[in-house]
Design a protein around this ligand. Sequence first.
Ligand code: ARG
Length: 592
Amino acid sequence: MSLQQQLTEIVSDAFEAEGVDRSYGEVVVSQRPELADYQCNGALAAAKSVGRSPREIAEGVAGRIDASAVIAGVEIAGPGFLNITVNITHLATSLGAMHRDERLGVDQVDDDRTIVVDYGGPNMSKALHVGHLRSAVIGESLKRIFKFLGYKTIGDIHIGDWGLPVGQLIVELEDRDPGLVYFDPEYDVAADGPYPTESPVTLDDLSEMYPVITQRCADDPEVAERARRATFDLQNGRAGYLAVWKHFHDVSVSGQRKDFAALDVEFDVWYGESTVHDRLEPMVRDLLGSGVARESEGAIVIDVAEPDDAKEFPPLLLTRSDGSYLYSTTDLATIDMRVSEMEMGAGLYVVDARQSLHFDQVFRAARKAGYAPEGVLLEHIGFGTVNGKDGKPFKTREGGVLRLGDLISLITEGARKRLDDAHIAADYPDEERSEIARQVGLAALKFGDLSNHRMSNYVFDIDRFSAFEGKTGPYLQYSAVRIKSILRKASDAGISAGPFIAPSVDQERALMLRLVRVQEIVYRAATLRAPNVIAEYAYEVATDFSRFYEHCHILREKDGARQASWLSLVEVTLASQTVLLDLLGIEIPERM
Ligand code: ARG
């Protein structure tokens, strides 16, 4: 249990004994650390409902809280705030427990559900660009957070590889190179392959073709119609199309694997929309048979509107009138597959906030169809856009979208330059310097994203993200590396860590109070699906540490017990930052 929970329990008991609902006993960190460690504002909130003055309630509650192993004292401030001071011995004991435990004393959940995190989600044939960054970075962090808390997690990339874009690319390729054997229907029928093993296109070709064909479809209804037909034929097993699809798929995936690996983003499974293609036809048939789905102007739909909806909920489309399947069809079938084959207990979809209607529709349909029983949680974890300094979605100076690979090189070079300018790691071997630059670049990129609440849009500003001062990834890395070097120096001087004793200096006490909150913070980040809670906290740990280190000269301290306790505090700080940054997907270099 976190300290905040322990305090909440004690104060809630006191509210209850006072005849006030215990929910008013919620304790939070004090907004005035100079006055108290924690506070409870419940008396003010409760006053109306119990018809007593806040001050009177606060006095009653405070009178029922004895000084204990956990609480040193309670004071009433202003109209009825309860100011709580933590027992210093308890603080020292809690830190001792964190020090001995590689999980930092963070409880594991008592919940054996499997959480499927659906993130990344690139469409086939697309080289990754900056637009793919948020889903990858936020999804990876959430997956790590839930895993750390003890859930079984499966990260699934869910590639967009079975919809209209594939049909469009087939048409584009056919128009460019009609002689290819994949397009010869006679050959399909006659030989059913075999088809060439060499791909007729590279990923660069596909990325170039994609905008061309989408424009052609927009301009010419006939081309659009051919693309729909090609999609239908592919989905219905036309051998030549399947063979060319396989090439598209393989060249895309090999490029995307490299890009995600460069981001240190790892998926457990590389499934896609096409993974469920065998399920689509029987699924639609069953849903029609059971009356969950119905026909509508040649299409097949599921009604998902509910009587008290505040906004309009159009039906979910299962098939177009030409019989082809859509994004919604594969998402629905995927839920069925995940629940029945992957034992999904919760599905978290880390996808652009603009897709919220789609997910509302799909989730409702999944309940109606019985694919996701009540107990299975389905959640769209939306996020805002990455903007340029002009406030519009981020583009390169030439107005194009920045490829993820290029972005990573850019930010790595930037990091390298910063290191040079600051004379950091100047005399290290070149290979090590490159590795540090890579780690620093990724930290800049990820922290620049994760330090914002996911629903906010943010401005992509490489210079700001890669600074070594301020709330940035590189600052946090640098601060952690400095701690490592302090520990090395201490070890060289023969100083070793020892039991925590009561803090003697304010800055020390502040750091201790900060560090005992790790459990509270990680759980809050999980509950809110908000890695920025961890980012913010890690930054506060770093600033509290630097204040502590400025005041407490560990290596020169004469009192051996104090010195040993301080060294333990340094170790817990490093252990916490290591865990927290890892939950954000950020590595700490050994030295820099
Ligand atoms: N491929 C989709 C897109 O580019 C994102 C996929 C998100 N996941 C999902 N299960 N729909 O918009």
